[in-house]
Design a protein around this ligand. Structure first.
Ligand SMILES: [Zn+2]
Length: 284
């Protein structure tokens, strides 16, 4: 059972600075108790959130080693570079520079989660082309340099014609232009549910989509369409989403992605435990 939790990366530094890391620190305290609690409830994966492609490699290297030493495996939520990538360059995400040769010492491979492009200045077809172009260059580099990294393109929230990343079909169109073993989908259950409530996608994705899922993000959607909430019995069709993955022998991480702002002030740590147990119950 592979269960993970998303956490703002700088929460794991001695001086958190981002708004979300500070909120998490206020609500659950220091990261050492948090990590101990995660071990207690068999959470073995942590996703570092808020890493952009030029986040400092020194900081990410320190955090990764701190967490690896504590027995966790990692995934990283990052973003694609704004510009079209030079075809002959090696993988030049700054934050990867130091860890890239270390990953294999601690985990078989690392998932990097990205959104496909969604800038308003492009039309849908332009976004599809730009996303395919850059992800193809990255995938070719990963293959050529035999790097232990897979890219998961996330199902995003949004209107149907906003960007290819907002529908199952849009991501499949993107995949048809990429077709690499190094690239799959991150099925964000909360985004899927929010989009489904607006009738832009069906409850059940096509089988071709399920087959390409290599990562998940799990969070609830409240009545005002606020996403990344803790799970309750009503705010996510968790069984409907997990069962097809089990049937398809999905072997990736079930990753809880709660925004620290949506956690209650008191007993926030218990909410994590409760949510992890809800996921575990379905997986057993
Ligand atoms: Zn997500």
């Amino acid at each position: 059972m592979k269960i993970g939790i998303s956490v703002p990366f700088d929460y794991f530094t001695d001086a958190p600075q981002s708004k979300n890391a500070l909120i998490l620190h206020r609500k659950i305290g220091d990261f050492s108790c948090f990590l101990a609690k995660l071990h207690d409830c068999e959470v073995d994966f942590i996703e570092l959130r808020g890493v952009i492609y030029n986040t400092s490699d020194d900081i990410i290297n320190d955090i990764c080693h701190r967490l690896w030493k504590d027995g966790f495996s990692l995934s990283i939520h990052t973003s694609l570079p704004e510009e079209v990538i030079d075809e002959n360059s090696s993988l030049n995400f700054t934050f990867l520079k130091q860890i890239i040769n270390q990953i294999n010492n601690f985990q078989e491979k690392m998932i990097l989660v990205v959104h496909s492009y969604a800038e308003k200045s492009y039309r849908y077809s332009g976004l599809l082309e730009k996303s395919a172009c850059n992800i193809n260059i990255i995938a070719e580099t990963l293959e050529r340099e035999k790097l232990p990294i897979n890219f998961a393109v996330e199902l995003n929230r949004g209107a149907i014609d906003d960007a290819p990343g907002t529908t199952y079909d849009g991501l499949l169109q993107l995949n048809n232009r990429i077709n690499s073993e190094k690239v799959g989908f991150c099925w964000d259950f909360g985004h899927a549910y929010s989009n489904m409530l607006k009738n832009t996608i069906p409850l059940n994705p096509p089988q071709d989509f399920i087959k390409k899922v290599i990562h998940t993000h799990i969070h609830g959607v409240d009545k005002n369409d606020i996403t990344h909430c803790p799970l309750d019995e009503t705010n996510l069709p968790l069984v409907d989403y997990i069962e097809p993955l089990i049937k398809a022998r999905y072997n990736g991480i079930y990753n809880l992605e709660i925004n620290p702002e949506q956690l209650p002030e008191a007993n926030a740590l218990d909410i994590y435990v409760k949510n992890v147990n809800s996921i575990k119950k379905i997986l057993k």
